[in-house]
Write a protein that binds this ligand. Structure first.
Ligand code: FDA
Ligand code: NAD
Length: 435
């Protein structure tokens, strides 16, 4: 059996938040040999959003090391050599299967034991599978999910093999919208299926969604709403041939891509760390209920100061910022100092085809829609505001310039009073530009 290894700091997980935490540790002067990142992935931390965008654009493929962290925020790309130079041990292809927080001990799938003084849980999320709901035939070949590099490689290969074939995308959320565009760009015939009356109901209003649905329809994507995949037919090789919908219809399929949500990976800590809203409960410094154990990124349920509520966020901006906050707090605490509380303004974005949107703030309350949201426009630019108790608290913009996106971020943070929804609708983007 391999010798036990001991570190001052250990990060479990080698995704976005781990990579940004490593950079912050380096900025804070971590000493060689003090920090280890243990990841079951076989590559160093990379910008996961690239997997559903450039990495599967077969005609113009983004490849590693192009999107190692911290490329996504305009930072230096952290090659394996970067970790070596900083004395940070990158332990890849290693899954932690047991965490004993009382004994400060981790055990890998091969029995390797790691000891730590301070632990950061950065295990991210795993996909929800149709087999979790017992959907018949859901394990057939050519049914894909997308979370890690290996998933994207399998999908890219299948897209090449099945070029001009039929693809069915199950789910109308982030993965559904981004992957449908990628499949279309790669010359497949695409049908999307989702249960709700419009796509991305987690964020979009009916008005926002009608633009994207119209745009996708104009691109030749077929949209089937109000039903779910109830089963799959296969050929003698076990490959998917057909999606059986709950409403009785069937769709031919050479490839199926499923994006029906994700759930945080917290099973290692069950019964040891306090949980809330499906994640590991933390304070404003990402410290959990267990001393010297922190949680960052998708797994953390933290106090969202702006809305005075505990929240979990499954987006990359928070993964980066929570990592920086936790490391700053850890290092400050060692010197008997503290850092300001995390004061996060939610920021989500997506890109597909020539489209690009950004959202800041909270999407509750009344809404107004402004601008040109005609899917046939040459350069559509439109947005929405969310207004709660007379204050603007959320802002969405499709097709904005960097300055306009900065303006909507500012307005969502400032939460100005709104006198009249009609006036706000008429003013549109100029309302944000004034702040
Ligand atoms: P992340 O998932 O990045 O990393 C977790 C790591 O932990 C992985 O390396 C995993 O293998 C490892 N791990 C888990 N359990 C382990 C164990 N027991 N032992 C060892 N290692 C373990 N967001 C956004 O704002 N804009 C966008 O465009 C996109 N696009 C996007 C595309 C795709 C395909 C996905 C899947 C997700 C996005 N996101 C996004 C979401 C964003 O990528 C996500 O919120 C962050 O990656 C979360 O960062 P974490 O570090 O928390 O998890
Ligand atoms: P999601 O929660 O965004 O969307 C899930 C969608 O699945 C729902 O909107 C619904 O339409 C659909 N659905 C649920 N049950 C279904 C069923 N039985 N049959 C058909 N459809 C069903 O989740 P996702 O799109 O799978 O994304 C997974 C994770 O990746 C999330 O954490 C997300 O935040 C992240 N992600 C983010 C981005 C981004 O921020 N741009 C991009 C890709 C992925």
């Amino acid at each position: 059996m391999a010798e036990e290894k001991s570190f001052k700091y250990v990060i479990i997980g080698g995704g976005v938040s781990a990579g940004y935490a490593a950079r912050e540790f380096a900025n804070q002067g971590v000493k060689p040999g003090e920090l280890a990142i243990i990841s079951r992935e076989v590559v160093p931390p990379y910008e996961r959003p690239a997997l559903s965008k450039g990495y599967i654009n077969l005609a113009n493929k983004a490849t590693l090391p192009g999107f190692y962290v911290c490329a996504g925020s305009g930072g230096e790309r952290q090659f394996p050599q970067w970790y070596k130079d900083k004395g940070i041990e990158l332990i890849l292809d290693t899954e932690i299967v047991k965490a004993d927080l009382a004994a400060k001990t981790l055990v890998s799938g091969t029995g390797q034991v790691f000891k730590y003084q301070t632990l950061i849980a950065a295990t991210g999320s795993s996909v929800i599978r149709l087999s979790d709901f017992g959907v018949q035939g859901a394990d057939a070949k050519n049914i894909f999910y997308l979370r890690e590099l290996g998933d994207a490689d399998h999908l890219a290969y299948a897209m090449e093999v099945k070029e001009k074939g039929k693809a069915v995308v199950v789910g109308g959320g982030y993965i559904g919208l981004e992957l449908s565009a990628a499949l279309k760009n790669n010359n497949l015939e695409v049908t999307m299926v989702y249960p709700e009356p419009w796509c991305m109901p987690r964020l979009f209003t009916a008005g926002i969604a009608s633009f994207y649905e119209g745009y996708y329809a104009n691109k030749g994507i077929n949209i089937v709403k109000g039903t779910v995949a109830a089963g799959f037919s296969t050929n003698s090789a076990g490959e998917v041939t057909e999606v059986k919908l709950k409403d009785g219809r069937t769709l031919e399929a050479d490839i199926v891509i499923v994006g029906v949500g994700a759930r945080p990976i917290i099973s290692l800590f069950k019964g040891q760390v306090e949980e809330e809203k499906g994640g590991l409960k933390t304070d404003a410094f990402f410290k959990t209920s267990v001393p010297n154990v922190y949680a960052i990124g998708d797994v953390a349920t933290f106090p969202m100061k702006l809305y005075n509520e505990m929240r979990r966020v499954e987006h990359v901006d928070h993964a980066r910022k929570s990592a920086e906050q936790a490391v700053k707090a850890i290092m400050a605490a060692e010197e008997g100092k503290s850092v300001p509380e995390y004061d996060y303004l939610p920021y989500f974005y997506s890109r597909a085809f020539d489209l690009s949107w950004q959202f800041y703030g909270d999407n509750v309350g009344e809404t107004v829609l402004f601008g040109d949201n005609d899917p046939k426009s040459e350069k559509p630019k439109f947005g929405s505001y969310w207004i709660k108790e007379g204050k603007l608290i959320g802002a969405f913009l499709e097709g904005g310039t960097p300055e306009e996106n900065t303006a909507i971020a500012k307005v969502a943070r400032a939460q100005p009073s709104v006198e009249s929804l009609d006036v706000l609708t008429k003013e549109g983007l100029s309302f944000a530009n004034k702040i």
